[in-house]
Design a protein around this ligand. Structure first.
Ligand code: ADP
Length: 464
């Protein structure tokens, strides 16, 4: 505001002073031309008169029409003695004048002076009277110009009034603008405070399409994202607690049964202890998968060139025991050179979970076929099984955390409902997509499509 006031004052000072100076100079320049012109005309006329006298000079002045109400015309001989004065009742006749203009004219110069002091322009001009290069005297003009001064004063007054109006108007506009801007900033501030207090439901209502409106819209989008994330986090915590509660409740029930029943047989105790052990294994599995999920979110490890075939071989080796126990045949075909930009740990989670599921949700005598190949600019990893399949309406949901088609079967096989969500999150991290084709009762095929990575001569990998 203070800066604006200073700027306004400078602008107004320029607006008020500058044009006045220009006009003042214009008036003086015009007067210089007019008065020197008149003085020269009279001097030229007088130069041809053999004997200069008050009468013939007065006649010349009349003939040349040089008289003005506000003008005094004086003529001197070559000694500076006044021989003509247009002012009636002049006391200068016969006197030597020592006006600086006359002295300058006597030395052969044309001179003009002007002083402007508020009320009037005082203007003096003098020129020598010459005849054949011989000085015969001087012509001296003096004018008091109040009209031009009055005109200048009026213009200055009008300019001041216009400036005053401009100040009032712009100050009013500035206040209104400031108020409107303040209101818009307050709306933003309210939104930020609501968000800070944890209310991500709040949306800022801001009209217009200026920067502030855009900030408000960005803020609203951000709040919506945080709100969605917050809801997902709450749901996850609640689901995770529920998942942990179930085995814990079983353990409590089983251990209570043992401790409260004095006559319980050794076999029953062993049986209960085995169940407790099963629930503990389950708890460990859930905790491990929760840690694995967290790891995907937290991972800051840079991606590097990974050979997927190595990881597939490692996972197949580890799961061969599971396959044998489930009486499922494992078959894998891996092309060489299937390189992707990823991390070995992430790829391992994807491959391991998909193959483990294909074994778990298979049937006795069934088959799991793992294929790794490069196709165009993609690396395709497909895991096909001849298992129970997934009903069509559940196929989109199997990647959600804790979702299970058949809770009992999943529980029985040690499932937690987290495996495929971990697969999906790693795949997203590696810009990979997952396709699921499944026919209920017949089997499923999961295909993960990674961008193929080409390695340049420096060993640097880049996606195609
Ligand atoms: P879980 O630990 O229960 O196996 P997942 O997230 O790995 O959890 O899988 C989610 C659900 O999707 C499983 O509970 C199962 O119902 C279904 N599912 C996953 N893979 C297969 C598969 N290959 N065949 C049939 N159903 C599957």
């Amino acid at each position: 505001m203070a800066v604006y006031a200073v700027l306004l004052a400078i602008v107004l000072a320029i607006v008020n002073i500058y044009p006045m100076r220009i006009m003042e100079n214009k008036i003086i320049d015009t007067a210089r031309v007019d008065m020197l012109d008149d003085a020269s005309t009279l001097a030229a006329a007088l130069g041809n008169i053999s004997t200069l006298s008050a009468d013939n000079i007065g006649s010349a002045v009349s003939v040349l029409n040089l008289k003005r109400d506000n003008r005094r015309i004086v003529a001197t001989d070559r000694y500076g003695v006044v021989i003509y004065d247009s002012m009636s009742a002049s006391r200068l006749y016969g006197q030597v004048v020592t006006f600086s203009e006359v002295l300058a004219a006597l030395s052969g110069q044309d001179v003009f002076y002007c002083i402007h002091e508020g009320e009037a322009f005082d203007k003096w001009a003098a020129t020598p009277i010459m005849n054949d290069a011989v000085l015969r005297g001087t012509v001296y003009l003096y004018e008091k110009d109040s009209n031009s001064a009055l005109l200048l004063r009026n213009i200055a007054y009008n300019l001041r009034m216009v400036s005053l109006g401009a100040i009032v108007l712009s100050a009013g506009c500035l206040l209104l603008f400031n108020k409107a801007l303040g209101n818009r900033f307050s709306k933003l501030l309210v939104g930020v405070r609501e968000a800070r207090s944890g209310n991500f439901n709040y949306r800022i209502k801001m009209s217009g399409s200026d920067e502030l409106a855009r900030i408000a819209s960005e803020f609203n989008d951000l709040s919506a994202i945080i709100q969605a994330n917050d809801m997902a986090r709450r749901r996850f915590v609640s689901d995770a607690s529920h998942e942990l509660k179930t085995p814990l409740a079983s353990i409590k029930l089983l251990s209570d049964s043992i401790s409260q029943n004095k006559n319980i047989s050794r076999e029953t105790v062993n049986e209960f202890l085995e169940d407790i052990n099963g629930e503990i294994v389950r708890l460990i599995r859930i905790s491990e998968e929760l840690i694995a999920i967290n790891k995907v979110d937290d991972v800051t490890e840079e991606k590097y060139v990974c050979d997927v075939a190595n990881t597939v071989k490692k996972a197949v080796e580890r799961l061969r025991v599971n396959a044998d126990m489930a009486k499922v045949r494992l078959q894998s075909e891996c092309e060489n050179g299937c390189l992707v930009l990823a991390t070995d740990d992430g790829i391992y989670h994807i491959v391991f979970n998909l193959i483990e599921n294909a074994i778990k949700y298979n049937r006795e005598g069934g088959k799991v076929r793992i294929r790794l190949r490069c196709e165009g600019d993609k690396v395709l990893l497909s895991v096909l099984d001849t298992g129970i399949g997934i009903p069509e309406h559940d196929q989109r949901r199997v990647f959600e955390r804790f979702f299970r088609v058949d809770k009992n079967r999943s529980r029985a096989t040690g499932g937690t409902g987290l495996g495929l969500s971990i697969v999906k999150e790693w795949a997203d991290k590696f810009d990979a997509t997952i396709k699921l084709e499944s026919y209920y009762g017949e089997g499923s095929e999961f295909t993960v499509s990674f961008p193929l990575c080409k390695v340049d001569d420096d060993g640097e990998g880049s996606e195609q």
